[in-house]
Design a binder for this molecule. Structure first.
Ligand code: FES
Length: 256
């Protein structure tokens, strides 16, 4: 199959960037989208040109490293799929595709299709964990948890932190990501001791970054490759208010 690719090329954060057009004449429909870009990069290297920079790691839809915009939609618009799990059989011979990096103030472009998602790491460092005593294996049944409760927590734990929610939101909001991280721990007994401090610290860390606020467009929910529900945002707001009313504080990434 034959494709015309218009790909955003930007040599670094200070470069203005532009679209460059490439013709690819040997695309196998069994290839993943990233394998198709590997073929393009091989051809570019053979011609002595700079390969296109894009992020990836697992290529199995579980690490959250990959992600860019295809024809205006983060991850390409295949419902419930990351770009590494998107296959060329979903496209047609002769298609013309536009590839761009995630566009959001909170995710500055590093190069070509690669953006800096360090803001997500900083939010996680502020509270996306539980404190436990390590050193000995705990009894697997020490804390019984109802199956429904586990499933509900897992619905939020599925978030891979790819950032598609931010890229699709007209406000560049990161609230779907942050709420998923707060919810999956807050729904389990292990997450209860630090629940208030976690909500305060992670929301505070989110507000220090260049993200906007949620106004219920729900574009995040529609493009999330793990189909995380926007109900997590309501839950996060409730946890945050509850923590404030109970007198909790969280100062500069430290939890009390
Ligand atoms: S490369 Fe890991 S989710 Fe796509």
């Amino acid at each position: 199959m034959r494709l015309t690719l218009h790909i955003w090329r930007q040599s670094g954060p200070a470069d203005k960037g532009r679209f460059a057009t490439y013709e690819l004449g040997s695309v196998n429909t069994h290839m993943s989208f990233l394998e198709m870009l590997d073929v393009l990069n091989s051809e570019l290297i053979e011609r002595g040109e700079e390969p296109v920079v894009f992020e990836h790691d697992c290529r199995e839809g579980i690490c959250g490293c990959c992600g860019f915009v295809i024809d205006g939609v983060p991850h390409g618009g295949q419902r419930g799929s990351t770009v590494c799990q998107l296959h060329m059989r979903h496209f047609s011979d002769g298609d013309e595709l536009f590839l761009e990096p995630f566009r959001a103030k909170g995710f500055p472009v590093i190069k070509d299709l690669m953006v800096d998602r360090g803001a997500f790491d900083r939010i996680m460092q502020a509270g996306g964990f539980i404190s436990v005593r390590t050193g000995s294996a705990p009894d697997a049944n020490a804390i019984p948890i109802a199956h429904d409760q586990v499933e509900h927590a897992m619905d939020f734990a599925e978030c891979i932190g790819c950032g598609a929610c931010v890229a699709s939101c007209p406000n560049g909001a990161a609230m779907l990501f942050v709420s998923a991280k707060i919810a999956h721990l807050g729904l389990l007994p292990q997450g209860q001791p630090e629940r208030d401090a976690r909500a305060l610290a992670m929301v505070e860390a989110m507000e220090r970054e260049a993200f906007g606020a949620c106004t219920n467009f729900r574009a995040c929910e529609a493009t999330c490759p793990k189909e995380i529900s926007i109900s997590g945002i309501a839950r996060m707001n409730k946890d945050w208010r509850r923590a404030l009313l109970r007198g909790g504080t969280a100062v500069s990434g430290k939890r009390k």
